[in-house]
Design a protein around this ligand. Structure first.
Ligand SMILES: *[C@@H]1O[C@H](CO)[C@@H](O)[C@H](O)[C@H]1NC(C)=O
Ligand SMILES: *[C@@H]1O[C@H](CO)[C@@H](O)[C@H](O)[C@H]1NC(C)=O
Ligand SMILES: *[C@@H]1O[C@H](CO)[C@@H](O)[C@H](O)[C@H]1NC(C)=O
Ligand SMILES: *[C@@H]1O[C@H](CO)[C@@H](O)[C@H](O)[C@H]1NC(C)=O
Ligand SMILES: *[C@@H]1O[C@H](CO)[C@@H](O)[C@H](O)[C@H]1NC(C)=O
Length: 819
């Protein structure tokens, strides 16, 4: 929109800042009595005969068996500018590995809404019914059946657990008229062609209050995992601007993806909101690469925490209003509206990084703290006007070239905070993390759309190297043969299914790997993963010293057995440019799901279930970009109600030095630590959410138990703890040692239980972050719930929850350690 048009449209609005969609955004913030839901979705229609721990299938041939074709030389991958996305045309022969055999072979994970379900993509007749049929899996010829085309009960009916019914609903290019809403379920990815993104257009007589309901209505928001929407445009411009309408409701939690979506609404429409989260409490991580044109709000949300990356709003009255405890806006831009970020609804901390505003009343509108709980951090923000208003009064105008802090500020060596009402801190960023002066980010997750379908290899398509992905056959040898021969020449596509591996899968330099989101899992089993003192690696990405490309998109990493010697992912390779090496929308799951003995055999004590050595190791030769990752040791059973008392040793071990980007990650329920920065350098982390194991604390194993006999040099020993101080012996959220130039924005430590029950004292846990022997560590926006000490410096408490009361417990706006 031109500036002139913008001003003409903006003026009437500026006169009535109160004319906004009237929704109750505060109602889903939990109080201190909140306890997480401990059971998942029943999965009675499960094939329980698939038990690789009892019987491991073998492939009919392998290269080693001498029957494979000689290694062919292949042409290195070069971009070919196709006009259609390979993903539309590639063979989609994935399956749901653990679905009952009665239904499995008829169940199609992938559904093309046009060619399979007859949706009209020509802008002439309503497409909503056909798209819904595709989501349901209900083929037009079988509409009379009560269930999907496989004849089984409907998706969302509580028969397939959380993981048993993945569905990729594909929208080819075109315009789809929507006269009513569509409803997603757990396990659904709605994905469009990124080359020519499809548009869903609401008709002027649109019937419902949202166009897309993402949350499975049968279950609470906090157990709505594995849901995605990407590469589409949603248009409400034909609907009366004052009609109350949400384009997407996103009341969902971790391991979800709302990415690369454009929301077109009438400019300053009083009734339209791009994204809401109004159907209950939720625990989101990242929403990324979204553009909002028009609307009362771009995002009007309420939940636990949020990171927004690469969000643009224009002609939107309020860009982002996200209730919760912790909010990050990274590389956002807001123009021609009233407020960029409404921080009044955040009881915790908002960090605004590499962000700009143009022609607004306020870029950030906050409220006075009175405590620590309304902290604001701005860094590298450009705006020519009122940059921050508190309770309607300007407290900051113009650009922020370094870091501006409103809230409690600590520096090393002192346990007394200064309460800043707008201090300037110096945060000299490492040049290796930057692109054009900002922290490097990817503009959208890789789609590999620059390659044509004949440059993509379906991992199940080499007849001499059969790969099964069936949850029971050992796919190790043939996956490795295929990757070593073809990885540099093809995008490697893994159709949905669980690929069982018994030894290291080596992902060589040059690899580009793409899965069916939430449906494709790599799962370890076997004796290579039994020794906790010499762990085997399940996925090794590159070798030490490699510099090249390795990109992994839309995969799940898990274990099929209790494997105390399994390190799931080790990353060694560095990119020659930022983003060449990375992992996007890929998640870890230890237990809590069908197809693993961990789900059914871990109802005892933590020492009986040392289910994995650790999740992610970024070694000292690596340099990687990681976006949208949930590293989860199960606290409950996603696929039923089995008790899950699981002790995974470690979350993320970060030893990289030459540039690491962690954008929207969460690590939950690991025994020794969630994040360990060991001799790490040059890392930016925007948003790290965590929880401590629910079983941990007084009354149960005290850390480092049950790993006491298997510690490595980088592990915390807990020798800072005094005997009897049992809440001290619990997993560190973050251990930082021997490190420098770490830029860590918005850390969250949520602790709810001791020994799976009520906490015994005033706090559930003693310590969150431990820093030793480091320099130039910048921690902005650290928050805890029920943790006594927020930071330890060489074992001494620097900041306590009680001295920083706010948010869900305690909030520190800035801690500058040896900077
Ligand atoms: C918002 O919801 C809360 C909790 O349900 C309720 O107490 C409050 O009255 C509501 N506010 C409005 C304005 O409806
Ligand atoms: C769809 O049809 C409507 C009216 O029938 C027209 O105004 C609109 O421009 C069309 N959109 C596209 C993308 O063709
Ligand atoms: C802030 O971002 C701009 C790009 O918008 C860049 O040119 C500038 O160098 C950055 N400044 C700092 C201090 O990072
Ligand atoms: C999967 O599709 C590929 C590509 O068409 C084909 O070669 C292969 O035989 C199929 N495999 C299975 C198990 O369906
Ligand atoms: C990197 O890590 C390896 C393996 O732990 C170690 O042998 C090596 O000394 C480390 N290199 C540096 C420079 O720290």
């Amino acid at each position: 929109m031109t500036l002139l048009v913008a001003l003409l449209v903006a003026l009437p609005f500026l006169a009535s800042a109160a004319a906004r969609a009237d929704r109750n955004v505060s109602q889903f913030v939990p109080d201190n009595d909140y306890t997480p839901q401990k059971s998942g979705i029943p999965f009675p229609l499960q094939d329980e005969s698939i038990q690789p721990w009892v019987h491991l299938g073998q492939p009919s041939k392998t290269a080693e068996s001498g029957e494979a074709a000689a290694a062919s030389s292949c042409t290195p991958l070069t971009a070919s500018s196709p006009t259609a996305w390979w993903y539309e045309d590639v063979a989609h022969n994935g399956s749901s590995s653990f679905m009952s055999s009665e239904y499995r072979s008829d169940y199609s994970v992938f559904r093309n809404v046009v060619t399979d379900y007859g949706a009209d993509n020509t802008n002439s007749t309503n497409a909503a019914t056909a798209i819904q049929n595709a989501i349901n899996g209900r083929h037009p010829s079988t509409l009379s059946l009560s269930g999907p085309s496989n004849g089984g009960p409907a998706r969302g009916s509580g028969n397939y657990g959380t993981t048993g019914q993945p569905a990729v609903v594909y929208l080819p290019a075109g315009t789809y008229l929507m006269s009513s809403s569509i409803q997603l379920y757990v396990g659904t990815l709605l994905v469009g062609d990124p080359i020519n993104p499809p548009t869903l257009v609401a008709t002027s007589d649109f019937a419902d209050d949202h166009i897309i309901y993402a949350k499975d209505p049968n279950y609470g928001g906090t157990v709505n995992f594995y849901i995605g929407i990407k590469n589409i445009i949603i248009d409400s411009t034909a609907v009366d601007p004052s009609t109350s309408l949400g384009l997407v409701d996103w009341t969902v939690s971790q391991a979800t993806q709302l990415a690369n979506v454009v929301f077109n609404m009438p400019d300053y429409s009083t009734g339209h909101v791009g994204v809401t989260a109004e159907y209950g409490y939720n625990s989101n991580v990242i929403l990324n690469d979204l553009t909002f044109n028009g609307g009362a709000y771009g995002l009007q949300l309420s939940g636990q925490q949020w990171i927004f990356k690469n969000i643009k709003t224009s002609g939107t009255t309020t860009g982002i209003s996200a209730g919760g405890f912790s909010v990050v806006c990274l590389s956002c831009s807001f123009e021609y509206g009233a407020v960029g970020i409404d921080a009044t609804v955040v009881d915790g901390v908002v960090s605004v990084i590499d962000t700009s505003g143009l022609d607004l009343e306020y870029l950030v509108s906050g409220t006075s703290s009175g405590g620590a709980g309304y902290s604001i951090v701005l860094e590298n923000v450009s705006y020519d006007g009122t940059t921050v208003a508190i309770d309607g009064s300007e407290v900051l105008s113009g650009d922020v070239t370094d870091t501006w802090v409103y809230g409690n500020v600590y520096s090393s060596g002192s346990s007394s905070a200064s309460l800043a009402t707008g201090s300037t801190e110096s945060t000299p960023r490492s040049s290796s993390l930057l692109s054009d002066g900002k922290y490097f980010i990817t503009e959208k997750p890789p789609t590999f759309q620059e390659y044509s379908v004949d440059q993509v290899l379906n991992i199940k398509s080499i007849a001499d190297l059969p790969v099964y992905g069936d949850g029971s056959t050992d796919d190790t040898a043939n996956i490795n043969s295929i990757l070593s021969q073809y990885a540099g020449c093809y995008v490697i596509y893994f159709p949905a299914g669980t690929y069982i591996v018994t030894d290291t899968i080596t992902i060589p330099s040059g690899s580009r790997i793409y899965g069916d989101a939430y449906g494709t899992a790599i799962s370890a089993i076997g004796s290579n993963y039994y020794n906790p003192d010499a762990p085997g690696t399940m996925i090794q990405i590159g070798n030490a010293g490699d510099v090249g490309v390795a990109q992994i998109v839309d995969m799940i990493f898990t274990v099929a057995d209790v494997l105390q010697g399994c390190k799931l992912v080790e990353l060694n390779i560095a990119g020659s440019s930022p983003g060449d090496v990375g992992i996007w929308n890929s998640h870890f799951r230890i237990g809590g799901a069908a197809g693993s003995l961990v789900e059914t055999n871990c109802g005892g004590t933590p020492d009986e279930c040392k289910a994995a050595w650790g999740l992610l190791h970024l070694t000292n030769t690596s340099s990687a970009y990681i976006e949208n990752m949930w590293g989860w040791t199960a606290d409950h059973d996603l696929d039923g109600g089995n008790t899950q008392t699981i002790s995974t040793g470690r979350g993320a071990l970060i030893e990289a030095t030459s540039g690491t980007w962690l954008i929207g990650t969460a690590m939950e329920h690991h025994t020794l630590y969630q994040y360990n920065y060991n001799n790490a350098e040059n890392v930016v982390s925007a948003f790290q959410q965590s929880e401590t194991p629910y079983w941990q604390g007084p009354g149960n194993d005290l850390a480092p138990a049950p790993w006491t006999d298997n510690l490595i040099a980088s592990d915390p020993t807990f020798d800072n703890c005094e005997s009897g101080d049992d809440i001290c012996y619990m997993a560190f959220f973050e251990r930082i040692s021997g490190s420098s130039n770490l830029f860590l924005y918005n850390g969250m430590v949520w602790v709810f239980f001791n020994d799976d029950g009520d906490c015994t004292g005033n706090y559930c846990q003693g310590n969150a972050v431990d820093i030793t022997d480091s320099s130039s560590i910048y921690l902005y926006g650290q928050q805890v719930d029920s943790v006594q000490n927020i930071f330890l410096e060489d074992g001494t408490a620097i900041a306590t929850e009680s001295a920083n009361s706010g948010g869900w417990g305690g909030v520190v706006a800035a801690y500058l350690y040896n900077s």
